[in-house]
Design a protein around this ligand. Structure first.
Ligand SMILES: N[C@@H](CCC(=O)N[C@@H](CS)C(=O)NCC(=O)O)C(=O)O
Length: 216
């Protein structure tokens, strides 16, 4: 059986879990925190989570894992079949990861984990996030899903990146991302009705204290 290493507070771990669960692929979740220990680097060479352990070996990087799941388990597709539509879906996923999640992540420490964000970093992140949100608006549909009428892996990437970026933008810039992107709140509400999303959110909450105590 596939093993997915990670922890419930990790947004990337949760994206992969959503794909596994939506596709009804049996898997075992193995609790693992990121580290630079040799035994973990042997499975996940950057030391990050998630890491998917398959019979053939381990895979890291969420979009790579999502592609593997799509290729290996084509039932209940989470990517469009057409080459251009598939590329457009990947395009939105890249925008979300590179230009929304990654810049916002630079401010997670001060916003979520009791650290201090310096004014320089706060100023540095803002224009990147502004461009990312502008690109997302141009490329996404929110009708009702991010790419239109069909649920795709991009919806999971959206759910677990935008929600965090939204809190960052509100706290650091008094900027309401949801008000800025028509249809985004409706999509969040729709995705939050999903039983797996609900359970993952409950596990995230339950593991938060243990995760925070590791940061001290
Ligand atoms: N690009 C990676 C990002 C994964 C990631 O940043 N995971 C976080 C937890 S949410 C992590 O392992 N952080 C520890 C680190 O960066 O060393 C992916 O797509 O899987």
């Amino acid at each position: 059986m596939l093993k997915l290493h990670g922890f419930a507070v990790s947004n990337y771990f949760n994206m992969v879990r959503m794909a596994l669960e939506t596709k009804a692929i049996p898997y075992e979740a193995v609790l693992r925190y990121p580290s630079q220990e040799d035994d973990w680097l042997a499975l996940s060479p950057m030391g990050k989570v998630p890491c998917l352990e398959t019979a053939e070996g381990c895979l890291v990087e969420t979009t790579v894992i999502l592609d593997y799941l799509e290729d290996h388990f084509p039932d209940q597709p989470l990517m469009p079949r057409g080459a251009f539509e598939k590329a457009q879906t990947r395009e939105v996923m890249q925008i979300l990861q590179l230009y929304i999640e990654l810049p916002a992540r630079r401010l997670y420490s001060g916003v979520f984990f009791g650290g201090q964000n310096t004014a320089a970093v706060v100023d540095d992140v803002k224009p990147v996030l502004e461009k990312g949100i502008r690109a997302l608006k141009r490329l996404s549909r929110f009708d009702p899903y991010i790419m239109g009428g069909t649920l795709t892996a991009a919806d999971f990437m959206f759910l677990y990146t935008f929600e965090l970026a939204r809190v960052v933008a509100r706290k650091e810039y008094d900027w309401d991302l949801v008000a800025d992107i028509e249809g985004s709140q409706a999509l969040i509400d729709l995705l939050n009705e999903n039983a797996s999303v609900e359970r993952i959110a409950a596990e995230n909450k339950a593991q938060m204290a243990a995760f925070l105590s590791r940061l001290k």
